[in-house]
Design a protein around this ligand. Structure first.
Ligand code: GLP
Length: 247
């Protein structure tokens, strides 16, 4: 795993956005051969999304031939719920770019048959030719997507109970009320991420330092799911100096 340490969160956003743009431009996506991009939610990628929107506004980058797959979604939140990841993606990214609606894929946390929803999602990823690049963040406890500590490192898309730590950390988006945070989510698996051709994980701030330490210097283990990326051939961790303070 490559580790890129940059001065601050602003540089992390710029570096990641330019790398993503470079890869897309090099791939030269067409309608017949779209670029398949995996996307995260959370506060960390927000600045990267802003940079990508700037590149779109400057006409450097188009999303017309890009197919996206999001990492996860809470169970029980409707797409129009302001706390849902559907809503987040639209408000922070999709509504500003020229991506086609039919090219956006996000798990439906309100599907009647959640197992089938997850199975269909994996099949859709396969049918699209696999994920070219998966962008992600990391939780303070080292989780990627919603692959909480203890997740199987070969897992694929499925439902997952959220840990108390994650519920607490994410309660900031739910009026700081842990009762309002869904306790359950649908998420791609660690295996889904490992199947992607490239993975780029972003982390900023001292709160992520422990996860970065376990991801980079710890052994590969299911308690720190980010550590699985040590086994990925093309994974890059892009972090600021504070997140790098324990390595
Ligand atoms: C959630 C998401 C993860 C994200 C994590 C960290 O749990 N499911 O994909 O990486 O939060 O979020 P933040 O970037 O806000 O710290």
């Amino acid at each position: 795993m490559r580790v890129i340490i940059l001065k601050n969160a602003d540089e992390v956003a710029k570096w990641s956005a330019y790398q993503i743009a470079k890869k897309i431009l090099k791939f030269n996506p067409t309608k017949e051969k779209p670029f398949v991009l995996g996307l995260p939610t959370g506060s960390t990628p927000l600045a990267t999304y802003k940079e990508l929107i700037n590149l779109y506004n400057e006409k450097i980058l188009s999303f017309e031939n890009i197919v996206t797959f999001n990492m996860d979604e809470y169970v029980g939140l409707k797409p129009e719920d302001p706390q849902s990841y559907h809503y987040f993606m639209n408000e922070n990214f999709f509504k500003y770019i020229d991506i086609k609606k039919e090219n956006i894929n996000i798990l439906n946390g309100c599907a009647e048959d959640l197992e089938k929803e997850c199975e269909d999602y994996e099949n859709k990823i396969k049918a699209a030719g696999g994920i070219q690049l998966f962008l992600g963040g990391v939780g303070e406890d080292g989780h990627i997507a919603f692959n909480e500590p203890g997740s199987s490192l070969s897992s694929h898309t499925r439902d997952k109970d959220l840990t108390y730590d994650t519920i607490l950390a994410n309660s900031r988006f739910f009026d700081n009320d842990i009762e309002k945070v869904p306790k359950w989510a649908l998420t791609i698996g660690v295996g889904t991420l490992m199947d992607s051709k490239e993975v780029m994980i972003l982390a900023n701030g001292y709160k992520k330092a422990r996860a970065v330490y376990h991801g980079v210097e710890g052994g590969v283990n299911h308690l720190w799911t980010i550590s699985a990326l040590q086994l990925h051939r093309r994974a890059v961790l892009v972090i600021d100096e504070m997140a790098a303070s324990d390595i």
